[in-house]
Design a binder for this molecule. Structure first.
Ligand code: RIB
Ligand code: CA
Length: 315
């Protein structure tokens, strides 16, 4: 089992990534760290705790991290995830305490304790990981892998024409992380290519399980927007990233390139530049997942929502 810390700005698709990461036997989620992003920070913290409780994992500690980006100001994405981040009608109050300690410190402590054994699954802005690196400059050598949902590789962004939300929300952090760590990147373009189609959504609509109910709830707004925007289905960026980490068999093509992040304020804030031709002379140390088995991903989501067993899709 791969030991994992999930760093999240818990809203709609984050919840599905958390659930899958807990329910698969391929991963062992040892901690959840919360970072400023999608919706109000304290809502995100409750969303993470509520999601863990739905998959009987309330024993996993939830650490609170950065409540704002390193430098820039950012807006929440309530227009995507609904007020509160879970579709707009769900505002859980779990009464579960957060774990003691600031998330970046906890990331450092755990990686120091188990050098080379802990993987970071980053499914929100990269502020916590950037702050952890500022505390421990050898963190790239102490961590196993860093998987990031972020960036827009040769495709339009989803928050501006140039940028995807996680990188746009804190481009200064994203630049530091991409420059310092060997990141595996799951970008917005791949999420568009592996969206859950109407046939999958129809199957989920026909399910009578608590996880299917939860999925329908948290994707309410993104489905309405998708239908209105002509997207035939819905993307699941964070769930896809978690599934690609858990199931190497879903990774159809992964290539390494030099990738740079534009941290300047303005038109191209958060743009992720991929040097496909190697013209920059920079190290090709970012692994970009360029193709994924979208049917296999959908099967894992269906198995999780139907039977709480995403691994069944691979047996
Ligand atoms: O651009 C998609 C990403 O931004 C996802 O992680 C989603 O949860 C939001 O944080
Ligand atoms: Ca997220």
């Amino acid at each position: 089992m791969r030991r994992v810390i999930v760093d999240t700005d818990t809203a709609g698709d984050d919840t599905q990534a958390l659930a899958l990461s807990v329910l698969t036997d391929r991963l062992s989620v040892e901690a959840v760290t919360v970072v400023a992003g999608n919706v109000a920070f304290d809502r995100q913290v409750e969303n993470a705790k509520y999601t863990l409780s739905l998959v009987d994992a309330s024993d996993i500690p939830v650490y609170e991290g950065a409540r704002s980006p390193l430098v820039k100001s950012h807006e929440h994405a309530t227009e995507i995830h609904g007020e509160g981040g879970l579709g707009g009608d769900l505002f859980p109050e779990t009464g579960i305490d957060s774990a003691e300690g600031f998330a970046p410190d906890e990331i450092v402590a755990r990686c120091r304790e188990s050098p080379g054994e802990v993987t970071l699954l980053c499914i929100g802005p990269l502020t916590n990981l950037a702050l952890a690196h500022a505390r421990e400059e050898s963190l790239p050598e102490l961590i196993d892998e860093v998987w990031v949902m972020g960036g827009a590789v040769e495709c339009r962004g989803n928050v501006t024409p140039a940028a995807e939300f996680n990188v746009w929300a804190d481009p200064d952090a994203a630049k530091r992380v991409v420059d310092a760590f060997d990141v595996t990147l799951v970008d917005w373009g791949l999420c568009l290519r592996t969206a859950l189609g109407p046939d999958i959504l129809d199957e989920i609509d026909a399910m009578d399980t608590d996880l299917a109910d939860f999925f329908r709830e948290v994707t309410t707004v993104v489905r309405e927007r998708g239908e209105a925007g002509g997207l035939d289905g819905i993307t699941q960026p964070d769930g896809l990233t978690a599934a690609l980490l858990a199931y190497p068999e879903l990774r159809e093509r992964v290539e390494s390139y030099p990738v740079a992040v534009d941290d300047r304020e303005g038109l191209t804030r958060g743009y992720t530049s991929v040097d496909f031709e190697g013209v920059t002379g920079e190290p090709a140390d970012t692994r970009v997942v360029e193709a994924a088995d979208s049917e296999g991903f959908a099967d894992a989501v269906l198995a999780m929502l139907r039977d709480r067993d995403p691994d069944a899709a691979f047996e």
